[in-house]
Ligand binder design. Structure first.
Ligand SMILES: NC(=O)CC[C@H](N)C(=O)O
Length: 309
């Protein structure tokens, strides 16, 4: 990637312009009613380099829930609170062709930590005396990684999802029946949904990506926030499983380890270079932001961000 601020800015502006072809395609997620309570054509983009430079566009004030991007934090915390071998005894590491909330890819374990069953599993491995303490730890981890002390629980989104989360409830009870965890499934589910309901802005999301791109070290003071071996596992799982059943195709076309959420957000990690965040609520049928994906694809080419070429 070229380190010339004006050139990077020009290329990003061009890419955003090209991504306008995708405005209006797809629909915002409706199964969590509160997620419809936004402008579906809202748009924000941020790129934060591992040198601490940041490039921000669109509605940078918009606050949206991170949804499945919380699965990255759940995995980080499960891996720091437990040995990786303990975590991967309870959850698989392989991509699945089934949708993120399917019960099918749960054999002895969920297929991977980035489908709902896998994230409910990793959530059950987060340490704390009760859900309040565990959620506070999740929130503080995000605040630290994203350098965004304003991150908070979006109560409306949380309560809205809790009313419609029957499928996740079934998954949580099923996992307990399989002996994956022995806590109350309702409590594990509540914590999982709370993490999905963390509110962020776009720069914070890209900053979290930049921290992962920087091997877990704070980009300003170089403090180690996430151990490097954990970053390595998490970013590689983002590459293989981060975009649901579209992960393989996305990796071929975009080549940036990423994780999406049904709010229309995507976080991308280009190791050693930068983190990226995009927010555009209209989704394809796999639950990924249409304009967001297309923008990352254009930027990957125009800024040379594809990790494979
Ligand atoms: N893919 C997603 O972003 C899903 C997250 C959402 N909270 C759910 O569990 O269904």
């Amino acid at each position: 990637m070229l380190y010339n601020r004006d050139l990077i800015n020009e290329k990003i502006l061009n890419a955003i312009e090209k991504s306008k072809d995708y405005i209006g395609l797809g629909e915002a997620a409706a199964y969590i009613p509160e997620l419809l309570n936004v402008d579906s054509d809202n748009f924000a983009f941020s790129l934060v380099t591992t040198n601490g430079e940041s490039f921000n566009y669109g509605d940078t004030e918009a606050v949206f829930s991170i949804q499945s991007i919380s699965k990255v934090i759940d995995l980080i915390m499960a891996l720091t609170d437990n040995n990786p071998s303990e975590v991967y005894a309870k959850v698989g590491s392989e991509p699945t062709k089934y949708e993120f909330n399917s019960l099918v890819p749960i054999g002895d374990t969920a297929a991977n930590p980035f489908i709902n069953a896998g994230a409910i599993t990793t959530t059950s491995m987060i340490v704390g005396k009760d859900n309040d303490e565990k959620f506070e730890r999740i929130l503080n981890t995000y605040r630290g990684m994203a350098k965004y002390p304003d991150a908070h629980l979006m109560e409306d989104v949380f309560h809205s999802e809790m009313k419609t989360t029957d499928r996740n409830k079934a998954i949580a009870y099923y996992l307990k029946s399989k002996g994956i965890f022995d806590q109350n499934p309702e409590e594990v589910l509540e914590l999982y949904v709370k993490a999905c309901s963390i509110g962020t802005n776009i720069t914070a999301l890209a900053t979290m990506g930049a921290l992962l791109a920087n091997k877990g070290y704070d980009i300003e003071d170089r403090r180690m926030l996430i151990p490097e071996p954990v970053v390595q596992l998490v970013v590689s799982q983002m590459a293989s499983c981060g975009m649901y059943e579209n992960s393989g195709n996305y990796l071929m076309n975009v080549g940036i380890p990423s994780k999406s959420g049904v709010s229309g957000a995507i976080v991308g990690v280009v190791p050693g270079v930068c983190g990226l965040g995009v927010y555009s609520p209209r989704l394809d049928k796999t639950g990924n932001s249409i304009r967001g994906k297309e923008l990352f694809k254009i930027l990957s080419q125009d800024l040379g961000l594809n990790i494979f070429v």
